[in-house]
Design a protein around this ligand. Structure first.
Ligand SMILES: Cc1cc2nc3c(=O)[nH]c(=O)nc-3n(C[C@H](O)[C@H](O)[C@H](O)COP(=O)(O)OP(=O)(O)OC[C@H]3O[C@@H](n4cnc5c(N)ncnc54)[C@H](O)[C@@H]3O)c2cc1C
Length: 470
């Protein structure tokens, strides 16, 4: 599984650091704060941002700890201005924006991964529409010019001392930290899953290593029960567990196999979708297409040999078993372990940030975005597209001693692929506020929205978001 492999691949000897020349860095339009102004100890205005931005009432920039040279870890070089943990969706977007503001040589991304994946496309990989190779790029090709990449895994974060330590034995001191380490896939929380996923009838779109097993299983399905599961707790792209269910149901229908199959969606949740506008549309589809649902059922074991899935009911904790001929599993997910055990972690292990400014609630010189945070939005790349500019703007404001801007409204989007060429384009913000982009009823399955998902959004991601321009 990709998530497990990544940290392991960051061998001590292979840890390396590359910096690209800052060709474009100086062209940035924003005012570059001076070195003095950017130092956390000097950035504190007497009046904190709190008065003008009630979302961050208790934060004082003056409380940012600053190490004197003598206290610095020996032999680790000068402190970085900004260290970014993770070069995924959030980390690259932030780095690309920030280097335009700060210039070259100020930012270090730490990430052990050799590759960066456009995960939203894995839904269509699982349905055989695109190859998984087309979703992957070399990490190096995405590191913005002027940004240093340390190919290593962070294992320890000490925000009181403004430093992070890596698996490869490096200690990096920072003035500002951005945490974007993503979410962890906990395959081993379902008994029998880790050993069986990606083989035969047990499949999952949730990792690069297993995503093509979904299409193989769909093609070799000869009838019987096709089971799709959604775990308890938070997951990235909460729509993805059902998207592949709709795609398989549609595939069976178009290939004259639908009457030989029972399609079952078993979810620990209480409904097919959280937002009423889209839930109602999806409930109609469930009925029209004869999909069986089992809500309040959390998958706890997979017996791949005997094709048996075991669930625990959410209310009475009873065990329920179901025979399957194919099962698509969305694994349980949580904050990465190294975050959970760090002082950055809050309730449930997530990184607690102000949900409008993205600033850490305890450490003012720490910001976070994406799947690892406790922001009560849907964990999606779409959410990050709106979080990244707010984060970068607020980091600049903090550096210049200005009040923070509570600019993130919880926006997220979920292109619910419901047939091979139709999408319900859900877009919503905090408290379920509908935030649709197009002047059409987006709660209806539409070919035009499929084109957006299939062609427009990948382009937006690679050519704009990964360059900090979306
Ligand atoms: C099947 C599927 C379908 C999806 N569909 C959609 C969709 O339609 N629309 C949408 O908007 N979103 C979708 N998403 C969700 C979206 O891909 C994620 O929400 C987004 O990529 C999260 O970005 P992130 O930066 O938080 O984490 P990631 O992009 O996962 O990046 C985290 C990075 O941190 C690195 N890292 C991990 N541990 C360490 C460490 N110890 N030290 C340093 N670095 C570390 C990792 O190597 C990785 O590069 C989907 C996801 C999946 C799996």
């Amino acid at each position: 599984m990709a998530e497990k492999k990544k940290p392991a691949s960051a061998k001590k000897s292979s840890a390396k650091s590359t910096t690209k020349p800052a060709a474009a860095a100086k062209k940035g339009g924003a005012k570059k704060p001076s070195a003095k102004k950017t130092a956390p100890k000097t950035a504190a205005p007497k009046k904190s941002s709190a008065k003008k931005a009630p979302a961050t009432p208790s934060l004082q920039t003056s409380s940012i700890p600053s190490l004197k040279p003598a206290q610095r870890p020996v032999g680790q070089g000068k402190p970085r201005q900004v260290v970014i943990i993770g070069g995924g969706t959030g980390g690259i977007d932030v780095a690309a924006r920030l280097v335009r503001v700060l210039g070259a040589g100020k930012i270090t991304i730490v990430d052990p991964a050799q590759h960066h994946d456009y995960q939203p496309m894995w839904t269509l990989v699982g349905a055989g529409q695109v190859t998984k190779e087309s979703t992957r790029r070399n990490m190096e090709s995405l590191i913005p010019k002027g940004v240093e990449w340390l190919k290593d895994a962070v294992v320890d974060i000490q925000p009181e001392r403004n430093l992070v330590k890596t698996k490869g034995g490096k200690t990096l001191e920072y003035e500002y930290l951005v945490a974007a380490p993503g979410i962890q896939l906990d395959w081993d929380k379902v008994a029998g899953l880790k050993e069986s996923v990606g083989k035969g009838p047990v499949v999952s779109n949730y990792a690069y290593d297993t995503v093509d097993s979904t299409w193989q299983a769909i093609q070799s399905f000869k009838g019987g029960t096709a089971l799709f599961t959604m775990p308890a707790g938070l997951v990235k792209c909460p729509g993805a567990p059902q998207k592949i269910m709709w795609l398989m149901e549609d595939h069976l229908r178009r290939n004259g196999q639908r009457n030989k199959a029972e399609v079952v969606f078993a979810s620990a949740g209480a409904a097919i979708f959280g937002i009423p506008r889209y839930r109602e549309a999806l409930e109609k589809l469930l009925k029209a297409r004869g999909v069986k649902t089992l809500f309040g059922h959390n998958l706890v074991a997979v017996d791949a040999r005997n094709h048996v899935a075991t669930f625990e009911t959410m209310d009475t904790k009873q065990r329920v078993t179901l025979k399957f001929d194919m099962i698509h599993v969305t694994p349980p997910q949580s904050a990465p372990d190294f975050i959970k055990k760090s002082p950055l972690a809050g309730e449930g292990g997530w990184i607690p940030v102000d949900k409008h400014t993205t600033q850490h609630v305890k450490y003012p010189n720490v910001f976070a975005l994406g799947d690892a945070t406790n922001m009560p939005c849907s964990k999606t790349g779409a959410a990050i597209r709106k979080q990244a500019p707010v984060l970068v703007n607020n980091l600049q404001r903090l550096m210049m001693g200005q009040p923070l801007n509570p600019g993130y409204d919880g926006y997220a989007s979920c292109p619910l692929v419901v047939t091979h060429n139709k999408v319900i384009m859900a877009e919503f913000g905090y408290d379920g506020k509908i935030m649709e982009t197009f002047p059409i009823a987006q709660n209806k399955p539409r070919y035009s929205m499929y084109l957006v998902k299939r062609y427009l959004l990948p382009k937006l991601y690679w050519d704009f978001m990964m360059k900090g321009r979306a």
